[in-house]
Design a protein around this ligand. Structure first.
Ligand SMILES: Nc1ncnc2c1ncn2[C@@H]1O[C@H](COP(=O)(O)OP(=O)(O)OP(=O)(O)O)[C@@H](O)[C@H]1O
Ligand SMILES: [Mg+2]
Length: 243
């Protein structure tokens, strides 16, 4: 049986197939991996290797073809949509590759939306810190279409961090950012892990960004093909070149 576990220590062993027959794509081909609580994992791999699919399945945004996902003690594959939504809202922060901001809301409204939906009051100190870390203090009243791509990305990052969720999934959170803003966000994420025991899974193409993680997983064709612990930019570059 395939198993996928996450958050408070767990294992994923899962397959995800899109389409059928000639158009069948094995986006996750019997992937097995553990995510420990308080661990920062980076996921690297070529375009189409299954990185986003893996994160969507872990976060319960997409259903597996076979296997199941555990969040802590909860088997999320068996949850109703309603319970799944509640779990995502309370335990999980997600930075989407396409940001997924609400166009009619301002930056700050987007950032606090998950909190508002869960009827939680934002922790103002944390909110200020997050807004500061992503460098958005003077853009909070702007709507997404009044922001640059990089600024929209920072709103998406802030939204994922602002409720201090147990687990943060971030799909290329620093992809469009200048290196200084990117470094500030990565340092903030590193602190979230070190100081608050949050679990982070981050997709990145950047070896410098991946070096902030405790571990790097390398995906190819829906399989994990390599894994590094306590990575450095150099060891990641070596692994990317095929060891
Ligand atoms: N909804 C879908 N329907 C059909 N095929 C899909 C769907 N989503 C993803 N795929 C396919 O699954 C494979 C893995 O896609 P995925 O988005 O996980 O790749 P990725 O590693 O995130 O790539 P990138 O670096 O370009 O974001 C690809 O071949 C992709 O075309
Ligand atoms: Mg992707």
């Amino acid at each position: 049986m395939d198993t996928a576990t996450l958050a408070a220590a767990g294992t994923i062993q899962a397959s995800k197939i899109y389409g059928s027959g000639d158009t069948e794509v094995r986006a996750l081909d019997d992937v097995t991996v553990s995510f420990d609580q308080g661990q920062f994992t980076a996921i690297m791999g070529p375009s189409g290797s299954g990185k986003s699919t893996l994160m969507h399945c872990l976060a319960g945004l997409d259903r597996l073809t076979s296997g199941h996902v555990m969040v802590g003690e909860t088997n999320i594959s068996q949850l109703s949509e309603k319970d799944l939504t509640l779990l995502r809202r309370t335990k999980i922060g997600f930075v989407f590759q396409a940001f997924n901001l609400i166009p009619t809301l301002t930056a700050i409204e987007n950032i606090t939306l998950p909190l508002d939906l869960g009827r939680n009051t934002p922790d103002q100190e944390l909110l200020d810190e997050v807004v500061e870390a992503v460098g958005l203090a003077d853009r909070l009243k702007h709507k997404p279409n009044e922001l640059s791509g990089g600024q929209q990305q920072r709103v998406a990052v802030a939204r994922a961090l602002a409720s201090r969720p147990d687990v943060i999934f971030a799909d290329e959170p620093t992809g469009n950012l200048d290196s200084q803003t990117g470094a500030e966000i990565l340092e903030f994420m590193r602190r979230a892990v070190n100081e608050f025991g949050q679990t982070i899974v981050m997709v990145t193409h950047d070896p410098n960004a991946a070096a902030y993680a405790d571990r790097v997983l390398f995906l190819a064709d829906g399989k994990i093909v390599d894994e590094l612990h306590d990575p450095t930019t150099d060891s990641i570059l070596t692994a990317l070149r095929g060891g």
